[in-house]
Design a protein around this ligand. Sequence first.
Ligand code: ADP
Length: 226
Amino acid sequence: MISLTDVSKSYPGGVTALASVSLEIRRGELVAIVGPSGSGKSTMLNTIGTLDRPSGGTVRIDGYDVSKLSDNQLSALRGTRIGFVFQHFHLAAKVSALDNVADGLLYSGLPLSERRRRARAALDRVGLGHRIDHEPHELSGGERQRVAIARAVAGDPPLVLADEPTGALDSVSGAGVMELLHDLHGSGTTIVIITHDREIAGSLPRQVRMRDGRIVADSAALTGVA
Ligand code: ADP
């Protein structure tokens, strides 16, 4: 599903965010990315999500060599195959939960009525079928993250990338969000999660540890999964 080969990313001023990172993640895996702040976790996730282009190396997502795709093709890849979940939800203010999720399907080209139908189904799936008319400010943090997850999965992408999805939540809401991500994994979705929470990282089948822009440990290397 994900293949990084010698991927590097530098920023002007000599910052090396990724230094020759190679990583294989197979279809259906659930992987935690851990490491200190500034170690390159978000840069790696954004590179996998094709939001950032690498300075060097090869990124393959679902079989596509990302460097060979135009900006339009990259948008299509993101719009149809990758769902994103962020620490601070990134929901549109003053827009109902239903339309926040339906707007995530804009790329599909489906008419609004069909997008809303799918959005309703996704909100049901995350246990928020009774909150579809609520705007983000009328929802708790945990509920907002559930809306964000519904938005990420409404189009049934094979890959979901989550950057600290529980980082802004209390432990009970965070556990609910993790349960949803585990359910998604159970239904076959490949999921990559950045987390600072040791307990969460330890509960996932595979942990990849980063430091100074490099992968310094990968539990799959111990178990021979990769
Ligand atoms: P993490 O997610 O592990 O905290 P990041 O991937 O955000 O790490 O950052 C890795 C390094 O790249 C850090 O030194 C950070 O300051 C730098 N960096 C990230 N984004 C940018 C940017 N847009 N411009 C310059 N430096 C950046």
